[in-house]
Design a binder for this molecule. Structure first.
Ligand SMILES: *[C@@H]1O[C@H](CO)[C@@H](O)[C@H](O)[C@H]1NC(C)=O
Ligand SMILES: *[C@@H]1O[C@H](CO)[C@@H](O)[C@H](O)[C@H]1NC(C)=O
Ligand SMILES: *[C@@H]1O[C@H](CO)[C@@H](O)[C@H](O)[C@H]1NC(C)=O
Length: 243
């Protein structure tokens, strides 16, 4: 695949050439772990224990991680990232100073700068790369109302930073057509909801909600088991029983 190779080479050239390029974007889902890539560009400027600062300018203190003399400088780290960030210690000497963030949170999203600070005699040649972390939440699916014959199932993707495509599917993988709504709360959080109306049935069944993030080639799904029978417990009280 010569075409692909060429593309990768030119991409590399641009990212090393200047900081004005659009930063690399990395996608993560809250609760999972993610790696923000960063490498030393000019290995010769660094000894075997390079000094690295992973920062986010909007934080105070701004460090998500500071690494010096082969270990982390914990005092400089923002509390928000306590116990959640690390480098791949054994790879640092080979120039891999990628940041691992575990248990990603929505508030982790933003522009991270990876500052690589060379040895004394090359201090003016700091390498600075930028990675943007984009965070999404797993979708939620729930039965929001039901009657004797019909029920309404709703899937919700809250606070997205990159707009997902949402699909509600039955257990055969068929798309169930529903209505989609988009809301924005005062905090600036954009949420997508989709509702489908289903016939109640005697059989239990699974309904899936899948959100796709095409620009990152990522998708996540969640499911709900809808019990097969709805019992009328009293004249005006209905309850779903799962068994
Ligand atoms: C690193 O680069 C970003 C933008 O590309 C800039 O905002 C930041 O100030 C730079 N940091 C240093 C220490 O050069
Ligand atoms: C750095 O090391 C980690 C762990 O082995 C790996 O997943 C990642 O791809 C490496 N990154 C680079 C830029 O080499
Ligand atoms: C997208 O992801 C799928 C599954 O992880 C993978 O098989 C496929 O090669 C990826 N496509 C691209 C363009 O990265």
């Amino acid at each position: 695949m010569p075409g692909l190779l060429l593309f990768l080479v030119s991409l590399d050239f641009f990212s090393a050439g200047s900081a004005a390029q659009t930063p690399l974007q990395v996608f993560a889902v809250a609760g999972e772990a993610v790696v923000l890539p960063c490498s030393l560009w000019n290995r010769a400027l660094f000894d075997d224990s390079p000094t690295v600062e992973w920062t986010r300018a909007d934080l105070k203190p701004k460090a998500a991680l500071v690494y010096r003399d082969n270990s982390e400088v914990f005092e400089m780290k923002h509390q928000h990232f306590e116990f959640r960030t690390s480098l791949f210690h054994s790879e640092v000497k080979d120039g891999n100073v990628s940041l691992r963030i575990s248990d990603v949170q929505l508030s982790d999203a933003g522009m991270f700068h990876c500052l690589k600070i060379p040895m004394e005699d090359a201090r003016d040649r700091i390498e600075n790369s930028t990675v943007e972390l984009v965070v999404a939440l797993n979708p939620n699916i729930a039965v929001i109302s039901f009657g004797d014959e019909k029920m309404v199932v709703e899937c919700e993707a809250r606070c997205w930073q990159t707009k997902p495509q949402m699909k509600i599917l039955d257990d055969q993988g068929r798309t169930l057509i529903g209505e989609e709504m988009q809301t924005e709360d005062p905090g600036g959080c954009s949420t997508i909801k989709q509702r489908v109306t289903l016939q109640c049935s005697a059989q239990s069944r699974r309904i899936f909600c899948r959100v796709e993030f095409p620009q990152f080639n990522q998708s996540r799904a969640t499911q709900i088991l809808i019990p097969g029978k709805v019992f009328r417990l009293s004249p005006n009280k209905k309850k779903l029983l799962t068994f």
